[in-house]
Every structure is written in C-alpha cells, then in structure tokens.
Write a protein that binds this ligand. Sequence first.
Ligand code: TK8
Length: 338
Amino acid sequence: LLITVLAACGNGDAESSSGNDESASEGGGETKTIKAGIGLNSDHPQYKGLLKFKEIVEEKTDGAIEVETYHSGQLGDDRSMTEALQLGSQEVVIPSTAPLANFVPEFSVFDIPFLFPNEEVADKVLDGEVGQELLGKLEEQNLVGLAYWENGFRDLTNSERAVASVDDFDGLKIRTMENDLHLDAFKALGANPTPMAFTELFTAMQQGTVDGQENPYATIYLQKFYEVQKHVSDTHHIYSPFVFLMSKSFYDGLTEEQQKIMKDAAVEAGEYERKLNREANEKYLEKLQEEGMEYTEITDEARQEMVDAVAPVIEDYKSKIGEETVDKVYQAIEDAQK
Ligand code: TK8
C-alpha cells in the first residue's frame, strides 16, 4: 500500500534518489531515516510523545521519512546525543535545557531557581516570543530547536534524611545535571553537589556515590528511584523544559514541506507529552509513598529561605546568561500572569 501511495504521488525530488533504495526503485522518493534518542525509559511520557511524533511524521510523509526511536540513553546521554546531532550521526534528541546551556549559554535562564510559578506560565513563556528566540540561537550550534516539551518541576530525593529546610541540605551529596548554575545553586543551599549524566545516576545512588538527586515525580517513579532513595520533598525548585532538537544538516536536506511537517509534528507531539506528563506528575507522589518513600512537605517559609539562599547565585549568573535574555524572560513571566 505504501509503495502504491508513493508511486501515486509521483516523485518531486528525483535527483536525490539513490536508485538502490527500495521505494526509490518503485518510483517514490528516497526514504530517509530519523534516529531519535531520549534519556528516559519507555514508560515515561517523553517516550510516548516521541512515539506520537513518529506516528505523525510517518503518516504525513507517506513513509518517505521513517523514525527509529531509542529510549533509556541507548544512544547516549543528553550531552553526547546533542553532539551526535552536530556531527550528523543522529537526527533527533530531546534533552533537558540544562545540559543544552553548555552549547548556548542563554538557555541557562531556565536554570534560575524558582523562576516559573506554574506550568501554564512556563507554556506561555516558552511558546511565546522569548522562548522561540532562544530556539533560534541553536542554529549557530548546528542544531534546530523545533519545540519545547516538558520535563517538569524538580523535587529532591535522598537516602539520608528528611529535607524540610535549608539546614537539612547540609553536606548532602546531590547529583546535579551538567550545568554550572545548578551546581552553584546547590552549593549555596549547603549541599555537596556532583554533576553527572543522567545515564549514570541510578548506579551512583545504588552504590552511594551520591546521597540524592532531583527530578520530577514522574521520573522518580518511572525510573524506580524509590528502590534506592528513601526521602522525597516537594522542593519544586526548578521547572525543567525539554527541547525537541533536530540535526541542522538533516533538517536542511528536507523539502520545505517536510520541514513544516517536522515542526508541526514536534509541536503536536509536545502538547500530547505535556498533558501526559502533568497527569503523571500529579499521581506519582502518592505512588512513591506507596512504594515506601517518606514525603516531607516544604512550607512556604522554608521555601522562602531557599529562595534567599540562592539569590546571590542568580545575581552572579545574570551576566553569564545574558542580561537581555534574563530581563526578557522575567518580563514574559510577568506578562503571562496579567
Ligand atoms: C534525561 C534527562 C533527565 C534530566 C536529568 O535524558 O538529567 O536529570 O531531568 O530527564 O534529560
């Protein structure tokens, strides 16, 4: 059926056909394959979103573009997969914005602790002017940012003690994402942070190389962190966006119509992923407790102490991130709440 459809559509791109390609020899266009990798496992909404992207792309391109999906860091961690996109050996990755700041420093604006008040405001800022402007900056790095997806608000877990206030961070060995602002923020809270790729995290917790980590409830539950962590606190200290990235060399080789299909599919699959992710984050705190984790609520007062503790770090980073970007994001957050 596929071949019939391709043949019926004709071939507007004959020069690029390799001839020995199966569909090309049937008169269709050259079949292109997207290798898409993510760090989280196949139970996570991130993977369900990726499957949705695959479904949309393969349907809308009538099979001219195939999507091969890889989860659980099978192709590498966020950073190494992003590098693979730059080299053109992988086509899609959906990293957190934090490691992406090593490529485009302005992305660190989203690493400012306690920046977004809720998901709705985050959506407006990311999908609005300043969010899209930041995606544009990826081009200089040979990357195309097609859409923001959601990782979500991050909460602290550890195997040592209940964390209710700033004092409780004292000396805790916390794994952070590979991002300087995260590292310095956790130092300011009194912790002893170590940056590490996500793919190494479970083993590090299991072996006691680190006492704790921070990620949204969906990740804590679906990656079974409860097997190696005892305490969870709703610190909600940072909202992590994901960015849907495509290799620029691959994207540039597509027809304009195909490029539009990619963009639309990344956005549509992202809306689906955000919805699933919010449902997941809502239900999994309870599940974590059912699995034996002890939950500690952070009071408004305790959270304010955390805000105060990291304030000097934020001040210090404004110029590193870029004052203009920081100001624009703060403004957009204000506008989103009007
Ligand atoms: C998965 C990561 C993960 C992130 C982290 O590749 O590293 O802790 O929150 O979701 O992007």
